[in-house]
Design a protein. Sequence first.
Length: 82
Amino acid sequence: MNGYEHYKLAEKYAGMAHSAYDSADMAAIAQVHATLALAAATADANNFKRDLYAGNGEELPEKTARRTSFAEKSSAAANDFI
């Protein structure tokens, strides 16, 4: 079970805890799944992100260009000032 599946189960059990007879049990189960989802996300954030997009039927966005370095920013600012 991946992080996204744990997250969905946590949502499901949290909703059931609101209206269930044994709401404390459902809330505990929801909390366990939420903790496992967090652990999965922390352990492998890239796979979690890919699974999250796949679970929503979307594709990963393309990587953006890296930020410019401090030296490049300083050089550009100096040229703008002159």
